[in-house]
Design a protein around this ligand. Structure first.
Ligand SMILES: [Zn+2]
Length: 157
């Protein structure tokens, strides 16, 4: 039972199931065997590619197996690189969080500015309206619809 990997590699090898699509035997860079269907797609250059190979899987057992990295879901040559990947990832995650927080703060500030601008506009608008024909109408209705209205009403009392 010593099939040449070369044959398997072309995709004619083990095809566990009869009928149905033949499965291809892949090897992960860390040496695990994966038997599954090829995942062909046409790339932007018009070439047919097996997406499984794009993930890093190989068609023959790796000569120098690599280490699977659970941080990036890919493979590295050494433990040092895995550690570096982990650190880099933590760094990026932290950076991302700081950035997100900063953005949140900026958005909040922008929103506050907008609200105060709107308030200013609104009170200007109200002033203009009060100075116009609508004056009586506005004053006669109970001015309690907004906080400002309440404040103004209290001041008025
Ligand atoms: Zn990694």
């Amino acid at each position: 039972m010593n099939k040449t990997p070369a044959i398997e590699a072309v995709g004619y090898g083990i095809s566990g199931d009869i009928g149905g699509l033949p499965k291809t035997t892949y090897y992960t860079p860390d040496g695990r065997v994966v038997k599954t269907h090829a995942n062909f797609h046409v790339n932007s250059a018009g070439q047919t590619r097996d997406a499984n190979l794009d993930t890093g899987w190989l068609l023959s057992p790796p000569v120098n197996p690599k280490l699977f990295c659970r941080w990036c879901d890919r493979w590295h040559d050494t433990e040092g690189e895995v550690d570096a990947c982990h650190r880099q990832r933590n760094f990026l995650v932290e950076k991302e969080m700081v950035k997100a927080k900063q953005e949140e703060t900026n958005e909040m500030l922008a929103l506050k500015n907008e609200v105060s601008e709107l308030k200013a506009m609104l009170s200007k608008f109200m002033e203009v309206q009060n100075g116009k024909v609508f004056q009586s109408e506005v004053n006669e209705s109970t001015p309690v619809s907004t906080e400002q209205g309440v404040g103004a009403a209290k001041e008025g009392l």
